[in-house]
Ligand binder design. Structure first.
Ligand code: CDP
Ligand code: CDP
Length: 229
């Protein structure tokens, strides 16, 4: 069957990346976590004390950033590398979550990331999740999913995820971060988080991960058959 592009967008902690990873594994597609790219840039800016409202400094810094994904066989997913170093764990920490939406609203950052993402999906056979994948990175994606879920459920999921990494973050702090990011991501000037007209909207509040995966797989199969014929 011919390969398609699957774009999964939506709010934070709805289950986009867990679903995307599993769907990609099952289809033999590659999985690209576009949020991880913005998180890696944020980590670089943080470590190198980049003044983010200085466009020249930002542009120069971006030239020194190399982001790659390397598949970890044991974990069965790709991990994020920043200039050759595995930053998968570091970029998920709260201090990065608290800065990432500001960094990802910078025009120079978006242009660079979007161009890299388009290259990564050029040959199709890719599942990419983020905020602007269906609306901007791949407006012609064969399948677009938009995920949402209740705030309390999202916060609980994120808290559990952080607990598994031995980070105890109180629910109010997580909710504050999720709401602030939802707002900034939706209101920014360039490539805001919007629901594309042709996206399937999935509320994951009451769903399990296997149910989400099943939903996406079924649609993907339909699209592949249509695309093939
Ligand atoms: O995992 P979580 O949903 O919390 O966030 P993420 O997917 O890792 O994305 C982190 C942040 O990167 C988002 O809150 C956005 O500010 C930014 N982002 C973006 O602007 N565009 C994308 N395509 C993906 C992420
Ligand atoms: O990518 P996004 O931020 O949308 O969410 P995620 O990182 O895939 O999911 C956040 C956490 O919620 C993960 O630990 C998932 O395993 C969990 N999750 C869940 O418990 N039940 C679901 N139906 C979906 C996600």
């Amino acid at each position: 069957m011919r390969k398609i592009v699957i774009a999964i967008d939506g709010y934070s902690a709805c289950g986009k990346s867990s679903t995307a990873k599993e769907v990609a594994n099952l289809l033999g597609y590659s999985y690209i976590d576009s949020g991880a790219m913005y998180r890696a840039v944020t980590l670089y800016f943080h470590q190198n004390h980049i003044t983010i409202d200085n466009p020249k400094e930002v542009a120069k810094a971006i030239e020194n950033i190399n982001i790659s994904f390397i598949f970890n066989e044991r974990k069965a997913y790709s991990e994020t590398y920043l200039n050759g170093l595995n930053v998968e764990e570091e970029i998920r920490k709260m201090y990065i979550s608290n800065q990432v939406s500001k960094v990802s609203s910078i025009s120079e950052v978006r242009k660079n990331m979007v161009s890299q993402q388009r290259k990564l999906g050029k040959k199709k056979g890719v599942v990419m999740d983020g905020r602007d994948i269906g609306s901007n990175v791949f407006p012609n994606a064969e399948l677009k999913i938009f995920m949402k879920a209740d705030l309390a459920i999202r916060a609980e999921r994120r808290q559990n995820e952080l607990l598994e990494k031995n980070q105890l973050v109180p629910i109010p702090e997580i909710e504050e971060n999720l709401l602030a990011r939802d707002k900034m991501d939706s209101e920014r000037k360039e490539n805001p988080l919007i629901i594309p007209d042709d996206a399937y909207i999935l509320d994951t509040s009451e769903l399990t991960l296997p149910e989400q995966v099943e939903y996406v797989l079924q649609l993907a199969t339909e699209k592949m058959i249509k695309y093939d014929g």
